[in-house]
Design a protein around this ligand. Structure first.
Ligand code: PA5
Length: 445
């Protein structure tokens, strides 16, 4: 389902450089499979494709169908791991653009994401855009206390209550949060919202195959059963192949390159459907690995667009980068280049080729040029853009990230660093109990 091609690493890594990492990779993989490493209490994602809650799965499908019946818009309020996965995989399945009329005919609400920034214009323009369309709201927050999403929820809840009245509004709000702790769970129970659980043992960025991602993806019409099936298939394959699996080889290659001074991994794709997937990938790896003043900085580019901007840096700038091309073997759609009698643009040599073929050639050409320019690159190819393959890709990246983090001797499952800005922000905003810190920060601003 996922192929790893390493031919453009030849000039950068000798075979022994990977062989000598095998012991560390095996130890890291054992910690993922059996626990025992730092953050082991957050390994729930590993067995999730097999032991997920079937009753909750059915309830997700029922609620998705309800939302499709009564709403033209679903607002998903969440930040980080609480929305990036849903957005990534809904967009990956396309279509890239669909008119509101077409969505209405298919009974697929438009899905919009809120609570992931603090921009007043974003919020107000978005609500103008929703206009008088019927909407439902999925608030997603494991902690229930994240400022960005909690604020969006407060604003939207009030809009909703004004528009529909308290009783109807309560039926249109779906809360995805932890099972018992936290303000959101308490509020949801008191108000009678439908709730879904983010298991205690699954962190935000590993949660796309829980209700966090499954509810919005089901509303968008994705086959979420096939997605879990794909993840399960890849997990079983990895358990069989172990160190020979593409996921563990990918983790080993990243670590080998990092140790040779390649500090930035650029995820590069020519497929426009994968733009948001890159954002999900960046969060998964960035928040998991950037710790203790170590880690590979995950960046992304969307080609061909970025070949005409960042491409210059990739080809010829500081040699601190390696590149991971992510492509799809069978394009979701394809079209042929027509011939032109006059051929004034001199493009007839391409007539008869499909745009997909031209894109594949552009990828080959870019990978070669970048390798020649001193950028080690590897290629991950997904068989098709369907739910089964995307489910496999989710597990692939999650497992690779866990193994890679353990190989680099950090805890891939916490995110202490994210708290620093929050502490300052809450103090400066005047949160009760934080007056002393507020004073100290004010003096330094
Ligand atoms: O991966 C993570 O744990 C984070 O990115 C969280 O998903 C993000 O901070 C949102 O947290 P919460 O769901 O508690 O609002």
């Amino acid at each position: 389902m996922i192929n790893l091609d390493v031919k453009h690493l030849q000039n950068f890594l000798a075979p022994h450089e990977l062989e000598q990492l095998e012991g560390q990779a095996q130890a890291a993989w054992d910690l993922i499979k059996n626990g025992g490493g730092p953050g082991q209490e957050f390994l729930g994602w590993f067995d999730l494709p097999i032991n997920y809650d079937r009753q909750e799965f059915d309830r997700i499908l029922e609620c998705a169908s309800q939302i499709r019946d009564d709403s033209q818009v679903l607002l998903v309020a969440g930040i980080g791991g609480s929305y990036l996965g849903a957005k990534a995989f809904i967009e990956a399945m396309g279509p890239l653009w669909e008119s509101q009329a077409a969505k209405k005919a298919k009974q697929v609400p438009e899905i919009l994401y809120v609570g992931n920034n603090l921009s007043p214009a974003y919020y107000l323009d978005l609500m103008d855009y929703v206009g008088d369309r019927d909407f439902s709201l999925n608030i997603v927050s494991k902690s229930g206390g994240t400022l960005e999403s909690a604020l969006a929820f407060r604003l939207l809840r009030q809009e909703m209550e004004e528009k529909y009245g308290l009783e109807e509004a309560a039926k249109r709000i779906y809360a995805t949060t932890d099972k018992a702790k936290g303000k959101l769970k308490k509020l949801a129970d008191e108000k009678g919202y439908e709730t879904f659980v983010i298991p205690d043992n699954i962190g935000g960025r590993y949660s796309v195959l829980t209700a966090v991602g499954l509810l919005p993806m089901a509303v968008a019409g994705l086959d979420i059963g096939a997605m879990l099936e794909g993840a399960q298939q890849y997990k079983l394959q990895m358990e069989k192949e172990e160190l020979a699996s593409a996921a563990i080889r990918y983790a080993m290659i990243r670590n080998a390159l990092y140790r040779k001074g390649y500090r930035v991994e650029v995820l590069a794709s020519f497929d426009q459907e994968l733009r948001s997937l890159s954002e999900w990938w960046k969060q998964l790896f960035g928040e998991s690995e950037g710790k203790d003043h170590r880690g590979i900085y995950p960046a992304s580019v969307s080609y061909s667009t970025d070949l005409h901007s960042l491409g210059q840096f990739l080809q010829d700038g500081s040699r601190i980068l390696f590149e991971t091309f992510l492509s799809v073997a069978e394009p979701r759609r394809d079209l042929a280049i027509p011939s032109d009698e006059e051929d004034r643009d001199e493009l007839n040599y391409l007539a008869g080729k499909s745009l997909g073929e031209i894109q594949a050639i552009a990828l080959d050409a870019t990978a070669l040029a970048h390798a020649d320019g001193g950028v080690p690159n590897l290629r991950l190819t997904l068989g098709r853009l369907d739910e089964l393959h995307l489910g496999a890709l989710i597990f692939f990246f999650e497992a690779a990230c866990g193994v890679s983090g353990y190989m680099n001797a950090i805890n891939p499952f916490d995110q202490e660093g994210v708290e620093a800005y929050k502490k300052n922000m809450f103090a400066l905003m005047g949160k009760p109990g934080m007056e002393a810190l507020a004073q100290e920060l004010q003096n330094r601003i």
